[in-house]
Structures are given as structure tokens and as C-alpha cells.
Design a protein around this ligand. Structure first.
Ligand SMILES: NC(=O)c1ccc[n+]([C@@H]2O[C@H](COP(=O)([O-])OP(=O)(O)OC[C@H]3O[C@@H](n4cnc5c(N)ncnc54)[C@H](OP(=O)(O)O)[C@@H]3O)[C@@H](O)[C@H]2O)c1
Length: 228
């Protein structure tokens, strides 16, 4: 049986993707901490969540290190070029048993190039790079790469997308499952070891290209043939 973490922190939750996740989890009644480099920005985002889903939403905003210290599950939602600096800035806030969920997509756009091309990361993937910048007792999982911010923020609609969850610790992958299933339309898919994040991250670049060609805001993906 998987244990459901009580509180999620979304580092960079003031941005498009993190804010979308915060909205969805707050709507599902979860306790959400929005993190920012600037406390006031996080508080403003938390107020926007409440305005969208109702005043009873359990959402707060604070500085990144503070939300990391208070959560059981920490989602890192910053641009690739900010990933290492952000992890260094919160390095002393971690506690044993926490899980880092990294959704960073290393796009060429981070350095002025194309959003439909993936950068080659020395560590193998952005998720593996993240693992090099947290204490050893923190499990790192890659997830939520293939859902677009637009789909997340349209809270009146379901998100039509599977969420492939990769990580070397099977228990940590399982602990992310309830957070996937809290988002209507999302299905958890066990993606196996963390190095598979290399594949999952690159699929986002493909989806961005598909969005462009089909002139749609949020193409997603489904894995077929799995048991129900
Ligand atoms: N947008 C999507 O549809 C989507 C889909 C799948 C995956 N992703 C991934 O999700 C992550 C976040 O995407 P996003 O579109 O939400 O990004 P974003 O809006 O550009 O940035 C998210 C937050 O990161 C912080 N940030 C930005 N630049 C920074 C810097 N140079 N140094 C430190 N912090 C910085 C900011 O928070 P504060 O200023 O408040 O600190 C910002 O609100 C990315 O890695 C992206 O690849 C995005």
C-alpha cells in the first residue's frame, strides 16, 4: 500500500507549470505550499489559487527553502537553466524521507534555441542532474513532464494525459501515484528507473512540436495496452 504524503511544496509554483499543479492539487483538497524566491510572489500565487478554487483551499505561499522544509513531497518547477541554482539555494532545508519530484525539461529554448529540441545533459537527464544536487537520503523521481501548463490551468476540464513516473526507488515512485490520480484525467504509469527520464523529458519537445503543427494548446500522451 502506498502512503499518501500530506503536504506538497511546489518550488517555482509562481510559474505556469507549477501554478497549474498547485491549482489542481488545491482543487482536490490537498495541502499545497507554493514556493518562490520572493515570498510576496508566492503569497500572491496562493491568493490566486484561492480565488480560482475557493477560499477553503489549503494553500499557502512562502520562500522556496521554507516550503521545502515543511513538505513531504517537493516538486521542482523551474526552468532548466535555474535548476541547479535553485537546488543549491534550498540544499539545507531537506529532511530524510522527503521526495523530490523533478519535472524539468531541458529544452534548447533555455539558452535561446528551439523549444522543440532537447539539450544533451551531462548527467543524462534533468532528473538525474537534480539527483546530484540533493542530499543522498532524498529520493528523486521524474514526473509531470508531458502535461502542459495550459491543460493544468483549465481546471474545469480533465487533463488527457498519462504521467510517466521514473525513479530508482520504487516506493518513492508509488508515493507520487496519489498526486497523479488527484488530477482528473491523469493516469499513473510506472516508468521504471530514473534514467528513463531521458526518454520522458524528450517526449515533451515532441509534444510542443505537435502543438504547433496542429495549432492546439495541449497535446498529451496515452500508453495503451496496460491493465485497468
Ligand atoms: N510550461 C509548461 O507547459 C511545461 C510543461 C512541462 C514541463 N515544464 C517544465 O516545468 C518547469 C517550469 O516551467 P514553467 O513554464 O512554469 O517555467 P517559468 O514560468 O518560466 O518559471 C517557473 C518559476 O521558476 C522561477 N524562475 C524563473 N527563472 C528563474 C531563474 N533564472 N532562477 C531561479 N528561479 C527562476 C520563477 O519563480 P520565482 O521568480 O517566483 O522564484 C518562475 O515563476 C520547466 O523546467 C519546464 O521545462 C513546463
Amino acid at each position: 500500500m502506498t502512503q499518501e504524503p500530506e503536504t506538497v511544496a511546489v518550488v517555482g509554483g509562481t510559474g505556469d507549470q507549477g501554478f497549474g499543479l498547485a491549482l489542481r492539487w488545491a482543487k482536490a483538497g490537498r495541502h499545497v505550499l507554493i514556493g518562490s524566491r520572493v515570498r510576496a510572489r508566492a503569497e500572491e500565487a496562493a491568493a490566486k489559487v484561492k480565488a480560482a478554487v475557493g477560499n477553503s483551499a489549503r494553500v499557502e505561499g512562502s520562500e522556496n527553502a521554507d516550503v521545502v522544509a515543511r513538505a513531504t513531497l517537493v516538486v521542482l518547477s523551474v526552468p532548466f537553466e535555474a535548476q541547479i541554482a535553485t537546488l543549491k539555494a534550498v540544499r539545507t532545508a531537506w529532511r530524510p524521507g522527503q521526495i523530490l519530484v523533478d519535472l524539468t525539461v531541458p529544452l534548447e529554448a533555455s539558452f535561446g534555441g528551439s523549444p522543440t529540441r532537447v539539450l544533451k545533459v551531462w548527467a543524462g537527464s534533468a532528473a538525474e542532474q537534480a539527483a546530484q544536487h540533493v542530499p543522498e537520503n532524498i529520493s528523486v523521481v521524474g514526473a509531470f513532464h508531458n502535461i502542459g501548463a495550459h491543460a493544468l490551468q483549465e481546471i474545469q476540464h480533465e487533463v488527457e494525459c498519462d504521467v510517466i513516473v521514473c525513479g530508482d526507488n520504487a516506493e518513492a515512485r508509488g508515493r507520487v501515484r496519489p498526486w497523479v490520480e488527484a488530477i482528473p484525467g491523469c493516469r499513473y504509469v510506472d516508468g521504471g528507473k530514473l534514467e528513463n527520464a531521458r526518454i520522458v523529458e524528450s517526449l515533451t519537445a515532441l509534444l510542443i512540436g505537435i502543438n504547433r503543427r496542429y495549432k492546439v494548446p495541449g497535446a498529451g500522451l496515452r500508453i495503451t495496452g496496460l491493465p485497468h
